[in-house]
Ligand binder design. Structure first.
Ligand SMILES: [Zn+2]
Length: 121
């Protein structure tokens, strides 16, 4: 049985784009590897995807300063796009209300302990 030789022209560059983007280079199919080995355009494409993957890995570990209002702004925008009328308390207001509730809790606890101390005397 004669071995089949895969020629670079058997596979078109445009047919490889999905495979080049989505697959690790070591997992490329044999026809794709043969094509890429002889096609400068696909080699350049593969190199750019390799560079992009490397940069994305770097970004995954990069510290990011997030605006505390970002989540709220995104949710508001999604609500506007979704045409929903969700009534949501703004993040800053929620944080302030949470702080006030915590302070009220501390004051109530302090008063309770003070009263308990007075009754014990
Ligand atoms: Zn090609």
């Amino acid at each position: 049985m004669p071995s089949e030789k895969i020629l670079p022209t058997d596979v078109a560059c445009r047919d490889l784009v999905d495979e080049l983007v989505s697959t690790d280079e070591s997992l490329l199919s044999l026809p794709t590897r043969v094509h890429v080995a002889e096609c400068l355009r696909c080699q350049a494409e593969l190199a750019s995807y390799r560079r992009l993957r490397r940069m994305m890995r770097t970004l995954a570990n990069a510290p990011i300063d997030l605006d505390p209002m970002l989540e709220h702004d995104i949710r508001d925008l999604l609500d506007q796009l979704d045409q929903t009328s969700a009534r949501r308390i703004p993040a800053r207001a929620a944080a302030t209300l949470g702080g006030i509730a915590a302070a009220a809790g501390v004051i109530a606890l302090a008063k309770r302990q003070r009263r308990a101390t007075r009754l014990a005397i």
